[in-house]
Design a binder for this molecule. Structure first.
Ligand SMILES: *Cc1c(COP(=O)(O)O)cnc(C)c1O
Length: 387
């Protein structure tokens, strides 16, 4: 079945007795047993809930995994994932990361005895250099947030397999609609479902998708024990959001390509980071390993003043954290998503006062361009010349 159809029809619970075309919300914490030693398959909602089970099945199918676990947020998923490791274990991590993941590794996981090397994982030989006998996993984001670096998943998976390491891929930016890391050799795929999967900036969620039964068993144990599970209602909102994933991704990408090209030509814009531009250094890798480029664009303007002016002048585009929803959002990574990354480290990656990030939505492209155009104008007089 095509992914587009799977998004709409992936739920298996069709409640034949009622004919309901949507999955019911099983707002239950506990389930009665028919007899001693018997179970309906559901005991207590921290372990499993029929509504959550359906969103997990859809995500597992979309990501080609044997199992998917739904968490209350992306960070809850990453936190549970870290419980796979023990004191002294070492993990190689992309050096350009979602700020919250960086904060988790740096301030929580390290305190708990794990070691990390932050490496540019686009550079395979750099990754190899950092492997040591305590290394247990490689954790990558591709494309990265916010600098849009791409890692060759198949190449890094080969290195992981040769060294007996788990390969974990945060696939939030491209979603299973555009990229399937498990097909390319990943062991675990991570999602902030809050973003494209939900798609409407109204629900937090996170997912871990696994390649093997063994990983499913280990993570299910951590899941039921630590308890950051997705509620029945939020599971239902996720099922609803995913129904339109394919159409949203296509439209958002179409808008992103147009906007990236427009930004490239604007005199006040100096650099545009979008993996769908043929000038992007990893354009060919993206074309090889993904079916699309997504709708995340970062760009650098000529000065801090211009950056701040855009943020205060946008009207239609919302100055807000997060990404992936139908509304176009603009973010100032330095002050928002990456505020907790030490300044030196941040600036070495190019995350500075001139960098802005756009999550392109599904609005009419002309309206988005008009809004950016007026936000970039020097002063009111110039607005007349900016049509
Ligand atoms: C948002 C995000 C996360 C964290 O997810 P939450 O749902 O906000 O907890 C992790 N990785 C990436 C790439 C993200 O964009």
């Amino acid at each position: 079945m095509d992914l587009t159809t799977l998004c709409v029809h992936g739920a298996e619970d069709n409640t034949h007795c009622t004919g309901s075309v949507t999955v019911p919300i099983y707002q239950a914490a506990t389930f009665a047993h028919p007899g001693v030693g018997e179970s309906t398959g559901y005991d207590y909602s921290r372990l499993q809930n029929p509504t959550r089970e359906q969103v997990e099945k859809i995500i597992a199918k979309l990501e080609k995994g044997v199992d998917a676990l739904a968490f209350s947020s992306g960070m809850a998923a990453t936190t549970a994932l870290m419980e796979l490791f023990k004191i002294g274990d070492h993990i190689i991590v992309s050096d350009d990361l979602y700020g919250g993941s960086h904060r988790l590794f740096h301030y929580i996981s390290m305190k708990n005895g794990l070691f990390f090397s932050f490496v540019n994982t686009s550079n395979i030989s750099e990754v190899i250099k950092h492997i040591r006998k305590e290394t247990k996993a490689i954790y990558i984001e591709t494309p990265t947030n916010p600098m849009m670096q791409v890692t060759d998943i198949a190449a890094i998976s080969k290195i992981a397999k040769e060294n007996n390491l788990l390969l974990i891929v945060d696939n939030t930016f491209l979603t299973p609609y555009f990229q399937n890391p498990i097909d390319l050799g990943a062991d675990i795929v991570l999602h902030s479902g809050t973003k494209y999967l939900s798609g409407h900036n109204d629900t937090l969620s996170g997912f871990l998708v696994v390649r093997t039964e063994e990983l499913s068993e280990k993570l299910r144990f951590i899941y039921k024990t630590t308890g950051a599970c997705l509620s029945p209602f939020d599971s239902w909102l996720m099922i609803r959001g995913i129904k339109t994933l394919a159409v949203r991704m296509e439209k958002q990408q179409e808008n992103a390509i147009a906007l990236a090209n427009w930004l490239c030509k604007h005199p006040k814009v100096q650099d545009v980071y979008y993996v769908g531009l043929p000038t992007h250094p990893d354009y060919e890798i993206s074309r090889r390993q993904a079916r699309g480029f997504g709708a995340m664009i970062s760009f650098k303007v000529d000065s801090e003043q211009t950056a701040r002016q855009i943020l205060s002048r946008v009207k239609l585009i919302l100055y807000a954290e997060s990404l992936g929803g139908v509304e176009t959002l603009i973010t100032y990574p330095m002050l928002q998503t990456h505020a907790d990354v030490p300044q030196e480290e941040r600036e070495a990656k190019g995350i500075d006062e001139r960098l802005l990030r756009l999550s392109v939505g599904i609005e009419k492209i002309d309206d988005l361009i008009l809004d950016l155009e007026q936000a970039l104008c020097q002063d009111k007089l110039e607005i007349y010349g900016c049509d």
